[in-house]
Write a protein of this length. Structure first.
Length: 527
C-alpha cells in the first residue's frame, strides 16, 4: 500500500512538473502521451503470483516507474531547454539582421558623406572661380571708373567750351540783331522819307498843275468874257463855250485823276504805316525772342552746371563705391582665404572621419562575418543536438519497448531484467549527463555570441560619427551661405557696371545733342 501511495505521489509530482513546465512540441506531446499510456499499461498489476514474489514485484515496479519518470522528466527538461535555445537563436538571428541593417545604413551614410565632400569640393572650385571673376570685375570697374572720371573731365571741358561758344554766339547774335534792327529802321526811315518826299512832290506838282489849270481856266474865262464882250457873234461864242466846256471837262478828269493819285498815295502811306507797325511788332517779337533765348541759354547753362555737379557727385560716389568695393573685395578675399583654410581643415577632418568610419565598417563587417560563421556553427551544433535528441527519443522508445518486454518476461528472468535495467539506467544517465554537458557548452557559446553582439554596441560610436557628419553638413551649409553672399556681391558689382555704362551713354547723348541745339539757335537767329 505504501508503495502504491508513493507511486501515486510520484505520479502527481511528475504531473505537476509537467503542468508547470512549458508545453513541449506537438510531436513530443504525442510521444509522451503514448509513453504514459504504455507506462500505465506497464503499471497494471501482472497476473497473481505467490506471496513470496509480491515484494520483489513491487520493488521492480517501483524501480521501473522511477526510471521511466526520470527519463520522462529528463526528456521534458531537454525539450524545454531546447525550446529556450531555439528562441535565443532566433533572437540572435534577429539581432544579427538588425546589425546588418545598421551596417547598411552606416554604409549609405558614409556614401552620403562622400557625396557631400565631393559637392563641397565642387562648391569650393565654384567659389574660387566666382572670387576670380569678382576680382576681374573689380579691376574692370576700377578701369571703368577711371575712364568715367576722364570722360567727366572731358565733358566738363566740353561744357565750358560750349558755355563760352554760346556766350560768344549770343553776343554776336545780339550785335547782329541790333545792327539789323538799326539798318532796317534806318532803311525804313529813308524809304518812308523818300516816299513821303515823292508824295509831297507829286502832291505839290498836282497842286501846282491844278493851280495852273485853274489859273489857265480863269484866264481863259476872262479871255472868253473879254471876247464875248468884244464879240457879239453867238456862233463864235458857242464855239468858244464848247471849247471852254471841253477844257472844264478835261480839268474835271485831271482833278479826278489827281484825286485818284492822292487816294493811291494815301493807300501807299497806310500800307507804309502798316509795314512800319509790322516791323515794330517784329522787332518787339525779336527782342522777346532774344530775351527768351537768353533765358533758355541761362537755364541750359544752369542745367548743364547742375548736370556737371551731379556727374561730379556721381563720379565721386562711384569712386567711393569703388573704394568700398575694393575694401569689400579685400575682406571677401580674406574671408575666402579663411574659408578655404577652414574647408581644407574640414575636408581633412572629413577624410579622417571617413577613414575611421571605413575602418569601423570593415571591423563591423568582419564581426558580422564572424557572427555569421558563429551562427552557422551554432546551427550545426543545434542540428547535432536535435539529431542527438532524436536519437535519445529513439533510445527512449527502444527502452520503453524493452521495458514492456521486460515486464512481460518478469516471471521468467528477474535477475537478467535487473541487470539489463541497471545497464540501461547507467547508459541513460550517461547520455543525460552528456546532453547536459552539450547544453552547457551551447549556453557558453550563446553567452559568447551575446558578448559579440554586445561588442557590436560600438555602433554608438558610429552614431557619434554620424553626429560629426551632421556637424560637417552644418559647416557645409554655412559655406554655401557664404558662397551666396559672394554671389550677391558679384551681382552688386554687375549692377554698378550697368550704372557706369548708363552714365556713359547719358553723357554721350548730351554731348551729341548740344551741337544740334546750337545749330537750331543759329538757324533761328538767321531767320
Amino acid at each position: 500500500m505504501t508503495a502504491k501511495h508513493r507511486n501515486k505521489n510520484n505520479s502527481t509530482t511528475t504531473n505537476n512538473e509537467k503542468n508547470n513546465a512549458p508545453p513541449p512540441p506537438p510531436q513530443q506531446q504525442d510521444d509522451v502521451a503514448k509513453k504514459s499510456q504504455k507506462a500505465n499499461k506497464a503499471e497494471t498489476p501482472p497476473a497473481p503470483h505467490p506471496k513470496s514474489s509480491s515484494g520483489s514485484g513491487s520493488c521492480l515496479k517501483l524501480l521501473a516507474a522511477l526510471c521511466y519518470i526520470s527519463l520522462v522528466a529528463g526528456a521534458g527538461f531537454a525539450s524545454y531547454y531546447l525550446q529556450q535555445v531555439l528562441e535565443e537563436v532566433s533572437q540572435i538571428s534577429n539581432r544579427h539582421e538588425e546589425s546588418l541593417q545598421k551596417n547598411a545604413e552606416l554604409a549609405q551614410k558614409v556614401e552620403n558623406v562622400l557625396q557631400q565632400v565631393d559637392s563641397l569640393s565642387s562648391s569650393l572650385a565654384y567659389l574660387e572661380g566666382s572670387v576670380s571673376k569678382g576680382e576681374n570685375a573689380v579691376r574692370l570697374l576700377g578701369s571703368a571708373v577711371q575712364k568715367g572720371e576722364q570722360e567727366t573731365q572731358r565733358v566738363e571741358e566740353a561744357l565750358q567750351r560750349l558755355q563760352k561758344e554760346i556766350l560768344l554766339d549770343l553776343s554776336e547774335g545780339i550785335r547782329e540783331v541790333k545792327e539789323a534792327r538799326e539798318r532796317d529802321f534806318s532803311s525804313l526811315e529813308s524809304t518812308v522819307e523818300e516816299r513821303l518826299a515823292e508824295l509831297s512832290r507829286s502832291i505839290a506838282d498836282s497842286v501846282a498843275e491844278f493851280a495852273g489849270a485853274q489859273g489857265e481856266s480863269r484866264a481863259q474865262l476872262q479871255e472868253l468874257r473879254a471876247r464875248v464882250e468884244e464879240r457879239e457873234d453867238p456862233v463864235l461864242v458857242k464855239q468858244e463855250l464848247t471849247a471852254v466846256a471841253t477844257a472844264i471837262a478835261d480839268l474835271h478828269t485831271a482833278n479826278q485823276v489827281a484825286e485818284g493819285n492822292t487816294g493811291v498815295l494815301r493807300e501807299q502811306i497806310g500800307s507804309v504805316r502798316e509795314e512800319l507797325q509790322g516791323r515794330n511788332k517784329e522787332m518787339a517779337s525779336l527782342s522777346e525772342e532774344i530775351e527768351s533765348v537768353r533765358a533758355l541759354v541761362q537755364a541750359t547753362a544752369g542745367a548743364l552746371r547742375e548736370e556737371v555737379t551731379a556727374a561730379e557727385a556721381a563720379v565721386q560716389n562711384m569712386a567711393d563705391q569703388a573704394q568700398s568695393l575694393q575694401s569689400g573685395q579685400e575682406q571677401a578675399s580674406g574671408a575666402v582665404q579663411s574659408l578655404e583654410k577652414e574647408l581644407r581643415e574640414e575636408i581633412a577632418k572629413a577624410q579622417r572621419r571617413g577613414d575611421d568610419l571605413e575602418n569601423r565598417l570593415t571591423r563591423v563587417q568582419e564581426s558580422g562575418e564572424a557572427l555569421a560563421t558563429a551562427n552557422e556553427e551554432q546551427d550545426g551544433r543545434l542540428e547535432a543536438l536535435l539529431s542527438k535528441y532524436d536519437s535519445h527519443e529513439s533510445t527512449l522508445a527502444a527502452q520503453g519497448k524493452a521495458a514492456e518486454k521486460a515486464q512481460e518476461a518478469l516471471k521468467a528472468d528477474l535477475e537478467g531484467l535487473k541487470a539489463s535495467l541497471g545497464q540501461q539506467l547507467e547508459g541513460s544517465l550517461a547520455s543525460v549527463e552528456s546532453v547536459r554537458g552539450d547544453l552547457s557548452s551551447v549556453g557558453q557559446q550563446l553567452a559568447a555570441v551575446e558578448e559579440k553582439v554586445d561588442a557590436l554596441g560600438d555602433a554608438e560610436t558610429l552614431s557619434k560619427a554620424v553626429g560629426d557628419l551632421e556637424q560637417l553638413r552644418g559647416s557645409v551649409d554655412n559655406l554655401q551661405a557664404k558662397a551666396e553672399q559672394l554671389d550677391s556681391q558679384a551681382e552688386a558689382i554687375a549692377a554698378l557696371k550697368s550704372a557706369v555704362q548708363e552714365i556713359k551713354a547719358a553723357t554721350a547723348n548730351k554731348v551729341g545733342k548740344e551741337p544740334t541745339a546750337k545749330e537750331v539757335d543759329r538757324s533761328g537767329e538767321v531767320d
